[in-house]
Design a protein around this ligand. Structure first.
Ligand code: ACO
Length: 329
């Protein structure tokens, strides 16, 4: 009997505090008009000071567990995609394990920036189809507000906090993950392109590093924009051709939610009509590893994604990393 990996439950959690573009106008030299025109973002959610990535992830995971109608003890593996872990170690996945009481699981983090959730799905798919595991929790969660320089208008308007989670389970029905593709190119592992220079083994966080804001996100927005517009359609095509599915068959395209102009360009390049492209970047900004799973969960809850639908998820992130997943719900 063939084995497939199906998503049997999803959940997401966004912090309550809303930071609007008008709030940002009071913090940096920017305007609601500029941010909307260039990014499509109107507001984003910000976690409370004492809230870490695992706190948001636990809330999202609890919902996914409830909707999958499983006991947390059935979970055999927890994969948490994040670039904002609670601590260097223990892993955020271990904190999530404690929070949901999934005592029988192995737990680890995935560092693939904004592509992290689809990296997690790809791994879950492989582990399930090979027969090694039956039930895996995959989470994408981020608390960006601590790694953003709130005086840098080039970056602080773009990001938000949030988490999403999916229960992935073995099934014999031909549904779930039909094709998955992930890739990376370390030639772009350039801190000036996108990354945080200080805080790792290369550069400790010294008072000099803090003064120079080297412990905060650095980004060349224009280059990242161009790379995203090129890489996401290429990645999406790889999953489609693996599954021998044409773009016309897709019911919903869920691209990484970084910037409305990137999302629209990816849809246009793929030839997906606008009404089939899911967008929530206006409400949440870029939540990095969490965007596609928050969007998928929302699409399921609001009826945009229905059982039997063919859904294409695609993303890219620092590294560079990228990925695409073709899903039959
Ligand atoms: N408010 C007002 N002006 C601003 C702001 C702001 N928030 N930010 C930048 N500007 C200014 C710049 O300083 C620049 O001024 P100058 O011409 O006097 O130097 C001007 O606006 C134009 O800047 P550009 O960088 O050319 O603007 P662009 O149209 O490229 O938009 C943006 C910038 C929004 C960052 C865009 O390049 C972008 O979205 N890039 C992708 C970034 C992204 O997705 N990052 C996510 C990284 S993680 C991931 O998801 C992969």
């Amino acid at each position: 009997m063939a084995r497939y990996a199906a998503i049997t439950g999803t959940g997401s959690y966004l912090p309550e505090t809303v930071l609007t573009n008008f709030d940002l106008e009071k913090m940096v030299d920017t305007s609601d008009e500029w941010i909307r025109q260039r990014t499509g973002i109107a507001e984003r959610r910000i976690a409370e000071d004492d809230t870490a990535t695992s706190d948001l992830s636990v809330q999202a995971a609890r919902l996914a567990i409830k909707r999958a109608q499983i006991d947390p003890l059935e979970i055999e593996m927890i994969l948490v995609a994040t670039v904002t872990p609670d601590t260097f170690f223990p892993s955020t996945a271990c904190y999530v394990q404690k929070g949901i009481g999934a005592k029988n699981a192995a737990a680890m983090d995935i560092s693939a920036a904004c592509a992290g959730f689809l990296y997690g799905l790809d791994l879950a798919n492989g582990l399930i189809v090979s027969g090694q595991y039956d039930t895996i929790l995959v989470v994408g969660g981020e608390v960006f507000n601590n790694i953003v320089d709130w005086n840098d208008r080039n970056t602080c308007v773009l990001f938000g906090d949030g988490a999403g989670a999916a229960i992935v389970q073995a099934t014999e029905e031909p549904k779930g993950i039909l094709a998955s593709y992930i890739g990376s190119d370390g030639d772009y592992a350039d801190i000036d392109l996108l990354g945080i220079p200080a805080g790792g083994s290369r550069m400790p966080v010294t008072s000099e590093a803090i003064d120079q804001k080297l412990d905060k996100i650095q980004m060349n927005g224009r280059e990242v924009f161009k790379l995203g517009v090129r890489l996401m359609p290429e990645a999406a095509q790889r999953a489609l051709s693996k599954a021998n599915v044409s773009v016309e068959e897709i019911d919903l395209l869920i691209p990484h939610q970084a910037n409305l102009r990137i999302i629209e360009a990816v849809g246009d390049r793929l030839g997906v009509p606008r009404e089939k492209v899911y967008i929530n970047v206006d409400k949440y900004g870029n939540t990095s590893a969490a965007t596609v799973i928050i969007a998928l969960d929302e699409a399921i809850q609001d009826g945009r994604a229905k059982p039997g639908d063919l859904i294409l998820l695609v993303t890219f992130g620092a590294g560079l990393t990228w990925g695409s997943t073709l899903l039959r719900l």
